[in-house]
Write a protein that binds this ligand. Structure first.
Ligand code: ZN
Length: 169
């Protein structure tokens, strides 16, 4: 099922999500809906907070549904170590039509749990590392615009305010 994605301004996007503590059929349903929603947008990553569920869960697929092997489901992710830096244009499904250059670690090791609650460890590099960094931010109520300069951030905020006033946000 494709669910509506919350947009910038929604309080759920500013909430620190709670750990996933039950791994059953309900979680499987949520994950399926998250992939459906992510692919329909389309996007390469989605945090549960973006569909209004404040649990530490994210889905990632750099192939956007083209390659099943690239599907990543991670519960309670933690970035254990990070190194290097990459700067590149970044956007967010919750802030559609806006993007800007964001610095992220180049490489990282992420620990977390699978959909069944098993421990998993992922070594990520490049775009995947960017994606993990972005999604873990979401679970802590942080958005990519928070990494921009105050000036750039207020420009985006003002544009969104105008769109909201016009009923287009
Ligand atoms: Zn995002």
């Amino acid at each position: 099922m494709i669910l509506p994605i919350l947009k910038y301004g929604a309080p759920e996007l500013r909430t620190v999500s709670k750990p996933v503590d039950s791994f059953g059929s309900e979680l499987e349903k949520i994950v399926k809906n998250m992939f459906d929603t992510m692919y329909s947008s389309p996007g390469i990553g989605l945090a549960a907070a973006q569909i209004g569920l404040n649990i530490r869960l994210a889905t990632i697929d750099l192939s956007v549904g083209e390659d099943e092997n690239q599907r990543i489901i991670i519960c309670n992710p933690e970035i254990i170590s990070a190194e290097g830096e990459q700067k590149s244009d970044e956007g967010c499904l919750s802030i559609p039509d806006f993007s800007d250059t964001v610095a992220r670690p180049l490489k990282m090791v992420v620990h977390g749990q699978s959909i069944h609650g098993d421990e998993i460890k992922i070594e990520a590099e490049g775009l995947l590392a960017r994606c993990f960094s972005h999604e873990v931010d979401h679970l802590n109520g942080i958005l990519f615009v928070d990494h921009l300069s105050p000036l750039k951030r207020s420009l985006i905020r003002n544009k969104i305010k105008k769109l909201a006033k016009a009923g287009e946000w």
